[in-house]
Design a protein. Structure first.
Length: 324
């Protein structure tokens, strides 16, 4: 019975999150992949799907060309998140895919694949606060220019290749301009001239009513005093990484790394009633995140602006970096 309840719970979470991709920074999709391509799904098997390359937009250390077929590692049985359903393979849908080659296999970079809608592919860049929607020709122009303007330094941080005089004197494509704005080297208002960029409403508008009473059963997404502060999140990350090294030895050596996004529902008495996995890089990592918070399930309660204890969803991230 417990197993059935767990499956139903996570199925509900995944349905809700299917259209809400987890956040990632621009350079993780635009500088790190070995291949950015317009693709068509062709087949699927146990732990993989097969694609045909329709057009290469950008490649790095790869000889893949148009017409090639690739086998991409993908577990359709992962409870959460469903990057896409198997039905898409049957329908042979077309998409914009970001692909990385690692340990002899192709993977979706950050799990990102944007399916075509009205001949456009849309990708949300939550860290930068904008979504970019364009046809494949627009994506190819933007991705090519972006890689001409930016690179990663030795610390893995994105930096401009050009001097300020060179890049400030020209009109850029949307993705290049967005990255300059995110680096603080261009004004944000300059993005208003790009129709393919849409600002993401990260914080919903709030209607403040003085007499409004606290909804006792509502799970809030904002708290004046959250249960877990930024410094506590850093401590949790370090402790959780140590937990993973103990429970899953050799994790990073086996090529399992990246960002894991999850949330904790913390009740008014401070205990964790639910762990919600939004996007995890491996099912075993997700199970250990859940197990960790079964053992660390008591925190202080969240409080609203009136000093009342509330139910609260605390968003968390666990970053596993490659072994150096």
């Amino acid at each position: 019975m417990k197993k059935i309840i767990t499956i139903l719970l996570f199925s509900g979470i995944c349905i809700r999150l299917f259209a809400d991709q987890a956040p990632h920074k621009m350079h993780e999709l635009l500088l790190k992949p070995n291949l950015v391509a317009h693709i068509q799904l062709r087949a699927a098997g146990n732990g993989f799907f097969r694609i045909q390359i329709l057009e290469v937009l950008h490649r790095k250390q790869s000889g893949i060309t148009e017409g090639d077929y690739l086998k991409v590692k993908h577990d359709f049985n992962v409870v959460c998140p469903p990057t896409f359903p198997k039905q898409f393979v049957t329908e042979k849908k077309k998409a914009l895919a970001f692909l990385t080659y690692h340990n002899g296999q192709w993977h979706l970079t950050q799990g990102e694949i944007a399916f075509m809608v009205d001949d456009k592919a849309e990708v949300y860049f939550y860290e930068e606060g904008y979504a970019y929607s364009a046809p494949i020709s627009g994506w190819k122009k933007s991705v090519t220019e972006y890689n001409h303007h930016f690179m990663l330094n030795q610390e893995g941080k994105v930096i401009p290749k050009l001097g300020s005089i060179d890049y400030q004197s020209k009109k850029h494509s949307a993705l290049t301009q967005l990255q300059y704005v995110s680096l603080g080297q261009m004004e944000r208002k300059s993005l208003n001239t790009y129709p393919d960029l849409k600002e993401i409403d990260l914080i919903p508008d709030l209607e403040i009513v003085e007499e409004l009473k606290t909804d006792l059963n509502r799970i809030y997404h904002y708290a004046a005093k959250p249960p877990i502060t930024d410094s506590m999140q850093l401590h949790i990350q370090q402790d959780l990484l140590a937990h993973l090294e103990k429970k899953l030895p050799g994790l990073r050596e086996n090529g399992v790394y990246g960002s894991n996004f999850y949330s904790l529902v913390i009740e008014k008495d401070g205990h964790i009633s639910k762990v919600m996995l939004h996007r995890v890089i491996d099912t075993a990592v997700g199970k250990e995140i859940e197990r960790y918070f079964l053992d660390h399930d008591q925190w202080r309660a969240a409080m609203n602006d009136r000093g009342e204890e509330i139910r609260f969803e605390q968003k968390m991230v666990l970053k596993i970096v490659p072994e150096k």
